[in-house]
Design a protein. Sequence first.
Length: 112
Amino acid sequence: MLIVYLSWTNNTKAIAEIIQKYVGGDLATVELQTPYPENYTQTVDQVAKENASGYLPLLKTKIADIEKYDVIFFGFPTLGHAAASSTRCTGTIHSGEDSQSKYRNRMEQRRI
């Protein structure tokens, strides 16, 4: 079991640690190459722009052998009543491929 989380205020981190305490498993934090601003309003504005444009931020986090996990919990914050755009990048945490390339490749495959 893997518990992956993105936490802006450490609330999601606390929940991830509670899940790990009760069900076990490995814990991993999602880190962005360029972290969100510390100011909440600036972060909400950035997330809204990213979500509107479909932008996927680059992730610093990579998890080797993610295929070995049968169950993966994924926790993330809501910022301005929306999930951060980085939550759509989780498919890239196991590879060296950046999230923009991965997303574009996925979109191209859907058009075929």
